[in-house]
Design a protein around this ligand. Structure first.
Ligand code: M6R
Length: 626
C-alpha cells in the first residue's frame, strides 16, 4: 500500500527520499510526492512537490530548479495507493495544513465524523483524503500551544483505525516525527548523524543495517542528532532495540535480469535452500526434525489446524492441506481470511490457527490472528518478513527465507510457503497418528533435500531448454481469447496460482479449475479460441486429468500439456507441450516444477503484451487495507 520515507541528517535529503521511494515502488502506487525544508534543516519554509502518476513526475518537478535543493537535509516522501479519493495530484501526499505537513499510510476510520467537525469549526480540507484531516487536528493543537510532539499525540487520541504517519512542522524545523499506530514503520539512525524512517526496511538499507521496528503505539522523534522513542498514549520514553537486517542492498538490484519477477523466479532454488536451513535442525540428519522454536510445540500439540490466508498464500495453504492430510493425517480447515473474519466459525478444542502471509501485513489475515488471540486460540504465523505485524501478533512465527521480493506478483515467496507446509507435513508425519512407514519418511525427506537442486537444474538459465520452450509456447498462444488452467490433487492449487499469475501480470482472462469441475459449468466456455493448460504430472491423478483433457479437446480447445518427460501418450494429445524433469521424486514435489512453468508462462505472455511486469496495474505488494 502507501509507502513512507522521512529523513533528517547531514546528507542530501532529497536524494535519500527519492531513492527510498524507488525502493518502495514495488508496493504499488498511483501518485507520489516529497516535502522538505528549503535550504538547511534550520530553514523554516517547507516546500512540496507532488504529482499523480509515477515518481519520475516528481523528479521532473525537482529537476526544473537545478541546484536549488542541494542543501536540503530534512524532508518526507510518499507513494500513494488511493483508498479515499481519486489518484490525483490534489490527493497525493504530502498534505500541508498551515505549517504542518504529513504523509500517511492506512485508514482513518472515523474520518467522516472528524471532517464534519473540522468543517463546522471553519476548516476547509483541500483534498478528498482522510489523511489531510490529521494535519488540521495537529494544527489546532499547536495553535493551542502544544509542541509538535504533544500535538501529534493528542490528535492521535481522536483517530480510529490503523495507520502510520510521518510529520513535520515549519514551527519546528529539522524535526521529523513518526507514529506507528498499526501500519508498520521502521527507523534507523544514520551513522553520520540523523535518522531515516520508512514504512518498510528497504529504503533504510543504503544508510544502515541496524533498524528499529516501531511497536504498535510508538512515536519516534528524529533530528540531526538521532532518534528517540516514546509511548504514543502516555508520552513516556520507551526503549527500542535495533534488529540487524540480513538483506544487503545489492540483493535488491535486478542482477542482469530484465525484471525483478524473472530474477525472483530464478532465485527459487536458493530461496528453498535458505528456508530449509532456517526451519530444519541441521545439526541432525534425522528426517523432518524442525529447529526448536516455540512454533514447533504449537504444531505438535495441535489436534486440528485451521489455516487462513489470501490470494497466492491461500493457494499455498490449499496445497498444505492436501499434504498435511495425506502425510500427517491431521484434519485441516482452510479459510479465506476476508470471509473468516466476519463469520461465526465453530472451532474444536485443540485447534491451532495458522496465518500465512508473505508480507506479514495483509489486513484480513492480521485481523483473524488478532481475533483468535483475543479468544485465546493458539496462533502460528508463516511469513517472509521479520518484524511484520502478523509475526508480532501470532503466538509463534515460522519465517520463510525467500529474501526481499520486489515484483508485486508472488513467486519465490509462494514456493517457500509451499516448502514450509511440506516441512510441517513431514514433521507431523512422525507422530503416531500419521502411522507413516519409516521408509516413506526417509525417502520423502531425501527427496526434499534434493528438491532445490533438481529445480535449479530444471530451470537452467534464460537460454536453456525449459525457458526457450516456454518462450516459444507463449509466442504461439499470445492471441488466445482466454486460458483455463486445470489440474487435480496436488496440481489443482497450482492451476489456481497459474491463472492468478496470468491475470495479475498479463491482464489476460484466465481461470483455474479442479479438472473434474469443468463439466459442471465452465466447459460451456470452451471453443477453438480458448487455451486449456493441463497440469498432469505422472501422479495419482494423471489418468483422471487426461480424461478431462479429452473433453475439452473434443470441444475445440487448444491444449498446452505440462507432464512428465516420459509421458509420450499425453504429449501426443497436446497442441503444445512443456515437459517436467525426468527424475524420480515423490509426487508431492511435482507442484514446485509446475509452479515454475506457470510462472514463466505468465511472465513471457506479459512481456509479449508489454505490461508493467513488476508493478502490474491496480495491485499492491502488501494489502494493508481490507
Ligand atoms: O502478503 P500476503 O501473502 O498476505 O498477500 C496475499 C495476497 O495479497 C497475495 O498473495 C496476492 O494474491 C499476490 N498479488 C499474488 O501474486
Amino acid at each position: 500500500m502507501c509507502g513512507i520515507v522521512g529523513y533528517v541528517g547531514k546528507r542530501p535529503a532529497l536524494k535519500i527520499l527519492i531513492s527510498g521511494l524507488r525502493r518502495l515502488e514495488y508496493r504499488g502506487y498511483d501518485s507520489a510526492g516529497v516535502a522538505f525544508f528549503e535550504g538547511s534543516a534550520t530553514g523554516s519554509k517547507i516546500h512540496i512537490q507532488k504529482s499523480e502518476g509515477k515518481l519520475e513526475n516528481v523528479e521532473r518537478l525537482l529537476d526544473a530548479s537545478p541546484g536549488r535543493y542541494e542543501d536540503v537535509c530534512c524532508g518526507i516522501g510518499h507513494t500513494r495507493w488511493a483508498t479515499h479519493g481519486k489518484p490525483t495530484t490534489q490527493n497525493a501526499h504530502p498534505h500541508q495544513t498551515g505549517h504542518v505537513v504529513l504523509v500517511h499510510n492506512g485508514i482513518i476510520e472515523n474520518y467522516q465524523t472528524i471532517k464534519a467537525e473540522l468543517i463546522a469549526r471553519g476548516h476547509r480540507p483541500q483534498s478528498e483524503t482522510d489523511s489531510e484531516l490529521l494535519g488540521f487536528l495537529v494544527l489546532e493543537e499547536m495553535n493551542r500551544g502544544s509542541s509538535l510532539f504533544e500535538a501529534v499525540r493528542k490528535s492521535f487520541q481522536r483517530l480510529q483505525g490503523q495507520c502510520s504517519v510521518v510529520i513535520m512542522s515549519e514551527k519546528e524545523p529539522g524535526t521529523v516525527i513518526g507514529v506507528r499506530n498499526g501500519s508498520p514503520l521502521v527507523a534507523a539512525a544514520d551513522p553520520k548523524g540523523g535518522a531515516i524512517l520508512a514504512s518498510d526496511p528497504q529504503p533504510l538499507l543504503e544508510l544502515a543495517r541496524e533498524v528499529v521496528y516501531l511497536e504498535h503505539g510508538d512515536i519516534v522523534v528524529s533530528n540531526d542528532r538521532g532518534m528517540r522513542f516514546y509511548d504514543l498514549e502516555t508520552g513516556a520514553p520507551v526503549e527500542r532495540h535495533p534488529t540487524q537486517l540480513e538483506w544487503s542492498a545489492d540483493r535488491l538490484d535486478k542482477q542482469g535480469f530484465p525484471h525483478y519477477m524473472l530474477k525472483e523466479i530464478y532465485e527459487q532454488p536458493t530461496a528453498l535452500i535458505d528456508t530449509l536451513n532456517g526451519l530444519l535442525d541441521r545439526a541432525t540428519t534425522d528426517p523432518f526434525t524442525l529447529a526448536r522454536q516455540p512454533g514447533v510445540e504449537l504444531l505438535e500439540r495441535a489436534k486440528e489446524i485451521t489455516i487462513v490466508a489470501c490470494g497466492t498464500s491461500w493457494y499455498a495453504a490449499l496445497l498444505g492441506k492436501y499434504w498435511l492430510e495425506r502425510w500427517a493425517r491431521i484434519p485441516v480447515n482452510l479459510e479465506l481470511a476476508s470471509e473468516y473474519r466476519y463469520r461465526d466459525p465453530v472451532m474444536n478444542e485443540g485447534t491451532l490457527l495458522v496465518g500465512i502471509s508473505q508480507s506479514g501485513e495483509t489486513a484480513d489475515t492480521l485481523a483473524v490472528l488478532r481475533k483468535s488471540k483475543k479468544s485465546e486460540i493458539p496462533t502460528l504465523a508463516i511469513t517472509n518478513v521479520r518484524g511484520s505485524s502478523i509475526s508480532r501478533e501470532a503466538s509463534a512465527t515460522f519465517y520463510t527465507c525467500a529474501g526481499p521480493e520486489i515484483g508485486v506478483a508472488a513467486t519465490k515467496s509462494f514456493t517457500t510457503q509451499l516448502l514450509s507446509m511440506l516441512l510441517f507435513s513431514g514433521a507431523l508425519m512422525l507422530k503416531p497418528r500419521a502411522a507413516a512407514v519409516p521408509g516413506d519418511i526417509t525417502r520423502r525427506f531425501d527427496d526434499m533435500i534434493r528438491l532445490p537442486h533438481v529445480l535449479s537444474d530444471y530451470l537452467g538459465d534464460r537460454s536453456g531448454k525449459m525457458a526457450s520452450s516456454i518462450r516459444e509456447t507463449a509466442r504461439a498462444l499470445q492471441l488466445s481469447k482466454g486460458f483455463f488452467f486445470i489440474g487435480r490433487g496436488y496440481s489443482f492449487p497450482i492451476a489456481l496460482e497459474g491463472a492468478l499469475k496470468l491475470k495479475e501480470i498479463a491482464y489476460v482472462h484466465a481461470e483455474g479449475y479442479a479438472a473434474g469441475e469443468l463439466k459442471h459449468g465452465p466447459i460451456a466456455m470452451i471453443d477453438e479460441n480458448m487455451t486449456v493448460v493441463v497440469l498432469a504430472p505422472g501422479d495419482t491423478w494423471r489418468d483422471k486429468t487426461v480424461s478431462n483433457l479429452q473433453e475439452v479437446k473434443a470441444r475445440g480447445a487448444r491444449i498446452l500439456g505440462v507432464g512428465s518427460a516420459s509421458d509420450s501418450e499425453l504429449k501426443s494429445m497436446c497442441d503444445h507441450w512443456i515437459e517436467l524433469p525426468n527424475v524420480q521424486l515423490d509426487e508431492a514435489f511435482m507442484p514446485f516444477f509446475l509452479t515454475a512453468v506457470v510462472q514463466l508462462l505468465s511472465y513471457e505472455l506479459a512481456v509479449l503484451k508489454g505490461t508493467d511486469v513488476d508493478k502490474p496495474r491496480n495491485l499492491a505488494k502488501s494489502v494493508t487495507v481490507e
